[in-house]
Write a protein that binds this ligand. Structure first.
Ligand code: NDP
Ligand code: GDR
Length: 373
C-alpha cells in the first residue's frame, strides 16, 4: 500500500507556512518544514502542530535549513524525497528589501533556483511537484487594471525584482526540463498570524492597544495605497490545489476587491467601536478621536490616534493593486471565502484578546492570574 504523500514546506514558520502545514496534515500528508536557526524560538506559529520526535509515525518534522545554503537544501530534499515542495520562504517585507537588497536577491531569487536545481541534481524531475510563492508585487507600477496572469510586470522594489527572477526561473525549469512547477501570483493575504510589521497587523495590533491605553498613537506611511486583501487560510488552499492539476500552470489569486490602507484603519476602528480621525483632519490640526463608544474603548476624545511618519514611505511605492482571479475560478473552482470586514473582525478580535492580557498584567501584575487569592 502506498504511504502518505510527502510535502516539504520552506518558510514553514511564517504565516502561510503555518496554515499550509495545518491543511496538509488534515489531508493526511507527512509534512516536513525547513526552519532557520535563530537565537530565540521562532516556531510559535507551528508549535501546536509539534509532535514528539520520539513517538512512532511522526507526521510533522522540522529541519534546520536556509535558502542561501544549497548543500543543506540538496541534503534535506534527498532525505525527504518529497512529492510536493512549497517554496514559501522569503525575506518577504517590501520596505526591508530596500535595506537588504543583496540578501533579498540571494534568498528570494537565487534561493528558488537552488531548490529547482536540487530537484534536477537528485533526479526528482518526474516525482517532485514545485510551488513558487509569487506575488502581486510583480505588477508594481501597474500596466493594466485589474491585473491578471497576462498583465506585464513592472517590479518596484528589490523584493519584487528578486521575486521576478524566481517567477521566470520557475517557468523556465517547467519548459526546459518538464518539471511540474507553477507560480501562484498571490495578492496580499492576512490573518491573525500575519507578521506584526505588515500594515494590516500593525493597524489591528496598534488600535486594540490604543483602546486599552497601552499605546498612544499609530504611525503609518502612505495611507492612500490600495490593496486587494484576502485571508491567508483561503489562499493556502489554492497553493495546494495548484499542485493537484494535470498540467502545471500559473494562477492569480485575489479577491477582486480593493480598499485603501486608510479604509482598513477605519474598519478596524469600527470593529472596536471607536471612531478615529487622522493627522491634519478633524477639529484641530493634528487629528483627534472624534467620538468614543462601546465598553471596549478607553480612548478619550482629544487623543491622537493616527499620524503619518515619513520613515514608512518607500523609495518607490506600489500605489494600487487589484487582482482578477477569473482563471482560478474557472479552472480550479476557487473563490475566496472571507470578506475584508470578516478578516478585519478576526484580526481585531485576536489582537484585542492579546492586548487585554497585556493590559491586565500591566494593571494588576501577576495577581490578575492568581484566582486563589
Ligand atoms: P512570512 O514573512 O510570514 O514568512 C516567511 C518565512 O520564510 C518564514 O518562515 C521565515 O523564517 C522564512 N525565511 C525567510 N528567509 C529565509 C531563508 N533565507 N531561508 C529559509 N527560510 C527563510 O511570509 P508569508 O507567510 O506572509 O508569505 C509566504 C511567501 O509568500 C513569501 O515568499 C512571500 O514573499 C510570499 N507572498 C506573500 C504574500 C502575503 O500577502 N502574505 C503575497 C504574495 C506572496 P523566520 O520565521 O525564521 O523568519
Ligand atoms: P506589501 O504589504 O508591501 O503590499 O507586501 P505591507 O503590508 O507591508 O504594505 C501595504 C501597503 O501599506 C503601506 N503602508 C505601510 N506598510 C507598512 N508595512 N507599514 C506602515 O506603517 C505602512 N503605512 C502605509 C505600504 O506603503 C504599502 O503600500 C506584502 C508582503 O506580504 C509581500 O511579501 C507580498 O508579496 C505582497 O504583500 C503581496
Amino acid at each position: 500500500m502506498a504511504g502518505p504523500k510527502v510535502a516539504l514546506i520552506t518558510g514553514v514558520t511564517g504565516q502561510d507556512g503555518a496554515y499550509l502545514a495545518e491543511l496538509l496534515l488534515d489531508k493526511g500528508y507527512e509534512v516536513h518544514g525547513i526552519k532557520r536557526r535563530s537565537s530565540l524560538f521562532n516556531t510559535d506559529r507551528v508549535d501546536h502542530l509539534y509532535q514528539d520526535p520520539h513517538v512512532d509515525h511522526q507526521r510533522f518534522k522540522l529541519h534546520y535549513g536556509d535558502l542561501t545554503d544549497s548543500t543543506n537544501l540538496i541534503r534535506i530534499i534527498q532525505q525527504v524525497q518529497p512529492d510536493e515542495i512549497y517554496n514559501l520562504a522569503a525575506m518577504s517585507h517590501v520596505a526591508v528589501s530596500f535595506e537588504t537588497p543583496e540578501y533579498t536577491a540571494n534568498a528570494d531569487g537565487i534561493g528558488t533556483l537552488r531548490i529547482l536545481e536540487a530537484i534536477r541534481i537528485l533526479g526528482l524531475e518526474k516525482k517532485t511537484r514545485f510551488y513558487q510563492a509569487s506575488t502581486s508585487e510583480l505588477y508594481g507600477l501597474v500596466q493594466e487594471i485589474p491585473q491578471k496572469e497576462t498583465t506585464p510586470f513592472y517590479p518596484r522594489s528589490p523584493y519584487a525584482v528578486a521575486k521576478m527572477y524566481a517567477y521566470w526561473i520557475t517557468v523556465n525549469y517547467r519548459e526546459a526540463y518538464g518539471l511540474y512547477a507553477c507560480n501562484g501570483i498571490l495578492f496580499n493575504h492576512e490573518s491573525p498570524l500575519r507578521g506584526e510589521t505588515f500594515v494590516t497587523r500593525k493597524i489591528t495590533r496598534a488600535i486594540t492597544r490604543i483602546s486599552l491605553g497601552l499605546q498612544d498613537c499609530l504611525y503609518l506611511g502612505n495611507m492612500s495605497a490600495l490593496r486587494d486583501w484576502g485571508h491567508a487560510k483561503d489562499y493556502v488552499e489554492m497553493q495546494w490545489l495548484m499542485l493537484q492539476q494535470e498540467q502545471p500552470e500559473d494562477f492569480v489569486i485575489a479577491t477582486g476587491v480593493q480598499y485603501s490602507v486608510r479604509q482598513f484603519v477605519e474598519f478596524a476602528a469600527q470593529e472596536l467601536g471607536i471612531t478615529v480621525a487622522f493627522e491634519g483632519e478633524g477639529v484641530n490640526e493634528i487629528g483627534v478621536v472624534k467620538s468614543v463608544s462601546g465598553d471596549k474603548a478607553r480612548c478619550k476624545v482629544g487623543d491622537v490616534i493616527v499620524r503619518v511618519d515619513p520613515r514608512y514611505f518607500r523609495p518607490t511605492e506600489v500605489e494600487t493593486l487589484l487582482g482578477d482571479p477569473s482563471k482560478a475560478k474557472a479552472k480550479l473552482g476557487w473563490e475566496p471565502k472571507t470578506t475584508l470586514k470578516e478578516l478585519v473582525a478576526e484580526m481585531v478580535q485576536a489582537d484585542y484578546t492579546a492586548a487585554r492580557r497585556d493590559s491586565l498584567v500591566k494593571i494588576a501584575g501577576f495577581q490578575a492570574y492568581d484566582y486563589n487569592e
